[in-house]
Design a protein around this ligand. Structure first.
Ligand code: SAM
Length: 327
C-alpha cells in the first residue's frame, strides 16, 4: 500500500488536526458563542483507544504530523496519557499542540514528557482588560502557562494572534516586542467567517497584506524564511531572531497547498475548514470495524477533500464554528 495519501487534486495529505474536545474554558467572541451549550456529550466523544485507532490508520497511510487541538485540548481529562499513546504510533514524526495556555502551567511538563514537541498558543492581547473582553479569560494564567512551557523546553513556541481592526490591531508592535524578548515565533491570522461568531467578527476583518505593509515601514522584513508545513508565510525581522508568519485565508488563500484534514471529537473527519465535506468514523468504530477496513475507509475518505474553501464567495454557508471543527 502507498505511504502517500494523495487527494483528488494531487495534494499530499500528511497532516491531521485532532480535536480532543469541542469545549473550551475561554469564550473568544469570534469563536464560541457566550451562551453556547450544545456541546457533544461524553458518550459521543471518541475514546482514547478509538482516537488512536484512527490516527494509526492514517499514519500507516502517510500522515506524519499530528496536532492536538480543540476546543481547548487541555480541558480533556488525562490528555498526557493520550499523547503518550499517540507518540508511540509508527509514522507519527511530529506531535504538536494548540492551546489557549490557561491550563498550561499545570500540564506543560507532563505533556512534554508524554511526547508533545511543539506548541502554539493563542494570544490576541497583552492587555488584561482587553484580553478579558475578547476571551472572557484571565491573562495572568495564560502568561504563566506560556512561561512554564518555555521553561519546560518547548521550542519553538508560536503565538497565534487573530488580528481584528479596532480590537487589537494597535497591539501588533507590542506583541512583536514581547515575542522578541521571549524568543517566541509570532503568527498573525485573518478572521474567518466560521459560524455566527466568526461571521460577526468579519466586520473587524483586516487584510494582513495591509498589516505587512505597515510593519515594513517600521522593521526590515526578510521574506521567505522558515518554509514550514503549514499555511503561514514567514518573514524575519532583521537583526532579531523573530519570525512572523502571516496566515491569510481571506486575502490570499492557500488551498492549493492544503495538506491537512481534521478529526473532530465526535469522530467526524472534516476535509476542509471552510466546507461541510466530511466522513463519519464513529459509527464504523462502534460497529466493530477491523483495522484493515478502517485503513481502507480512512483512505477512501480523502477522496472527499474539496478543492478549496469559499469563505469569500459564500461567507454565509458555514454554520459550524471553529471550536467544533478542531481549529
Ligand atoms: N483552544 C486552542 C487554542 O486556543 O489554540 C485550540 C483551538 S482554537 C479554535 C484554534 C485557533 O482558532 C485559535 O488561535 C483561535 O484564535 C482561532 N480562531 C477561532 N475562530 C476563528 C475565526 N473565526 N477566525 C480566525 N481564527 C479563529
Amino acid at each position: 500500500m502507498s505511504t502517500r495519501l494523495i487527494d483528488p487534486f494531487g495534494r499530499n495529505v500528511e497532516y491531521i488536526r485532532l480535536s480532543v474536545t469541542d469545549r473550551c474554558d475561554l469564550r473568544c467572541f469570534y469563536c464560541l458563542p457566550g451562551d453556547y451549550r450544545d456541546f457533544h456529550e461524553p458518550e459521543e466523544w471518541l475514546t482514547f483507544d478509538e482516537i488512536v485507532r484512527v490516527i494509526r490508520a492514517y499514519a500507516s497511510l502517510g500522515i506524519k504530523r499530528v496536532r492536538v487541538t480543540g476546543g481547548e485540548p487541555l480541558v480533556r481529562k488525562n490528555l498526557p496519557a493520550l499523547v503518550t499513546q499517540l507518540s508511540g504510533i509508527p509514522g507519527v514524526e511530529d506531535l504538536s499542540l494548540s492551546t489557549n495556555a490557561v491550563g498550561l502551567s499545570r500540564q506543560a511538563v507532563a505533556l512534554k514528557s508524554a511526547g508533545i514537541r511543539r506548541i502554539n498558543v493563542s494570544l490576541d492581547s497583552l492587555r488584561a482588560d482587553r484580553f478579558r473582553k475578547i476571551t472572557r479569560g484571565n491573562l495572568d494564567k495564560v502568561i504563566s502557562g506560556l512561561m512554564t512551557a518555555k521553561q519546560a523546553g518547548f521550542y519553538p513556541v508560536k503565538i497565534n494572534m487573530v488580528i481584528m481592526k479596532d480590537i487589537n490591531d494597535d497591539e501588533i508592535e507590542d506583541m512583536i516586542e514581547f515575542c522578541i524578548e521571549h524568543d517566541f515565533t509570532l503568527r498573525l491570522i485573518e478572521t474567518m467567517p466560521m459560524g455566527d461568531p466568526g461571521r460577526s467578527a468579519i466586520s473587524y476583518y483586516l487584510s494582513l497584506q495591509d498589516v505587512k505593509q505597515r510593519l515594513a515601514k517600521r522593521y526590515e522584513l526578510i521574506p521567505g524564511v522558515m518554509p514550514g508545513g503549514g499555511p503561514a508565510r514567514y518573514v524575519q525581522i532583521a537583526g532579531t531572531r523573530l519570525r512572523i508568519g502571516f496566515i491569510t485565508p481571506i486575502s490570499q488563500h492557500f488551498c492549493e497547498t492544503c495538506n491537512r484534514i481534521r478529526l473532530a471529537v465526535d469522530g467526524t473527519l472534516y476535509l476542509c475548514l471552510g466546507q461541510e465535506h466530511k466522513f463519519e468514523f464513529r459509527p464504523l468504530l462502534r460497529a466493530g470495524i477491523s483495522d484493515s477496513e478502517l485503513t481502507e475507509a480512512a483512505r477512501a475518505a480523502i477522496d472527499l477533500k474539496p478543492e478549496r474553501h469559499e469563505f469569500v464567495e459564500k461567507p454565509q454557508q458555514l454554520v459550524r464554528f471553529m471550536a467544533s471543527t478542531g481549529g
